[in-house]
Design a protein around this ligand. Sequence first.
Ligand code: IPM
Ligand code: MG
Length: 352
Amino acid sequence: MNYKITLLPGDGIGTEIMESAVQILNAIEKKYDVTFQYKEELFGGASLDNHGIPLTDETIQTCFDSDAVLLGAVGGYQWESLEHHLKPEAGLLKLRKSLELFCNIRPAKVYQGLLDGSSLKKEVLAGTDFVVFRELTGGIYFGEPRGLDENSGWNTMKYSKSEVERIARLAFDTAKTRKKQLMSVDKANVLECSQYWRQVVQEVHKDYPDVTLQNIYVDNAAMQIVRDPKQFDVLLTSNLFGDILSDIAGMITGSLGMLPSASLGEKYALYEPVHGSAPDIAGQNKANPIAMIASVAMMLEHSFKMNDAAKNIETAIEKTLENGYRTADIFADGSNLVSTTEMTGKILANMK
Ligand code: IPM
Ligand code: MG
């Protein structure tokens, strides 16, 4: 098979971790019956500096023409004071919307080797393995009306039936293959939007009688993730709540630098680390490439159905951590501090 992949390294550490991703893909090509064809495009601040906007139509077209998109990270201090629609983040939102990537999957799995690295207690964390399904193209991120004037700022949180239904189905499908438990997170005690969300999720549940559905308020969910993360298996939630909960989930795994994600739509798919562009350490070969490398594994599994290859990468990451190698973000006493390129090299060696 031959697959076309669009590479969007973006800004900050994005370019460094994208190099790691390509090295991993080169190793996959050697080991499995597959070839990858890349097209790289500017995105975010890098695109702003060259084209005046964070996402050009050409870049969107390249994404349309490919089998999957790999994204590094966007953003940086120098673009923070720009008008809202020019910010690198606006480019990311436009990309998600243009590719109709309504389903964002963010797995939160604790690596055995990192149990000591989290700010939470080992016994609370051990065995944690859940996945967040975050709605990505609706809700308050995109609702109209929205605006800002001298006296106020406003946004609209709104969900339609089809928007809730399609992501609920994907979350239930995954729940079926795991522990058959789905928790839908909302704020139905206050928001009509959440009441409607809950109603639609309950309707979809009728098609999945073997899955247990629980509804939970988002404030309680945030508390429970930190108190007892093992109780969760599949979490389903809206755009804003998912943004917040997935960062919390990231920390329980030791570092945001560990968390991959997949953003799926009917036609397109994009894979990116959950962390940002980390401008403070950019260009210093210090970034943790694991979230990016794990995002490559998610791409192989979801877009190309190469489950063995995905497993090969995941096992190599686990082994490398067990061998004691750590980038600065997950460094602990007694471990072996490595750079971005060294960590990538260790993972490559463990893929053999
Ligand atoms: C994320 C990020 C983005 C979001 C930002 C960069 C727009 O925080 O992917 O979680 O809010 O969705
Ligand atoms: Mg976020």
